[in-house]
Write a new protein. Sequence first.
Length: 319
Amino acid sequence: MDGLIDDLDIHINMPGCRTVKTNLFRTVYRLPLKGNRASFYIKRYNTRGWRAVIKYAVLPSRAFTEWEMMRILSEVGVKSAVPVACGEKRRGPVLIDSCLITEEIHEGMPLGKFIKKSFRLNKNILLQELAELAYSLHKNRIFHRDFHCDNIVVSPDIKGFPSLYIVDLHTVKRLPLLSLNKKIKMLAKLHDSLHKLLSQEDMRKLLTLYSLKDVSFGNKFEKNSNKVENLSSKIRSRHLKSRTKRCKKVSSLFTVEIKGKHKIYRRREVEDDLLLAAIRLHRDNLIKNQSVLKITKRSALTIVMPEYSSRALCIKEYF
């Protein structure tokens, strides 16, 4: 499939093709097709560092792993994006480049966004579908390390009811045996991602619906439900504690760079020039005493709206 990789730059530079997501590990493009046909999503993976070079010299690429998992999910009746093509480019055993092309999910919407928009209209159906999705994965011994609402897409079926699709399958494996602990880990991940979107009552109902299908979970429902909720709380706490550490390291979300006399730690989607412009506005506001929320001997807090920014920024300066 070297030809697919060689032509990839031509496809992503075609008119209308846009970048949907980019990080250290992969870049996703949306390529619209002519007429009323569905668009294609092109996922291009990056091979970073000597560890990845060694790893993928003996293992299939993440693109091929995801391609294979789409085939497996189709066989067991779990919905995912329709695969179109997969390609790897190697120099000997060394992986140079890889990509995966899929069809766009018709009117697909991330689960979190769907809940915010129309959950009340489809509440019982959606909870039933979520329980069915989790059970279908577990029944077929499929373990998803990132089983959360951003990796579940909602699309209306023929009757207009919400139908669920699993995406981002490079962290998915089919195991010889899926233990109860692994099921609880997946449910805890889902629980953590939904804790701000669903009430405790809704989450309990979801676990109840799941327990009616999975006997191993339902036999000790209270004990297992508590395990899910406790693990979900631990995941949330771990994320909060590691946030400060994560924002000071180069990662898929954050970057660190030197700009003049400044060392800037920022999210990748926020440009450094925007931050410097915001700091200048902050200083001007302090001099003019405008948009100052709070000022003490140790710190000052202002609200600024830099040019070309779509939203206001809150800046806290320490003296």
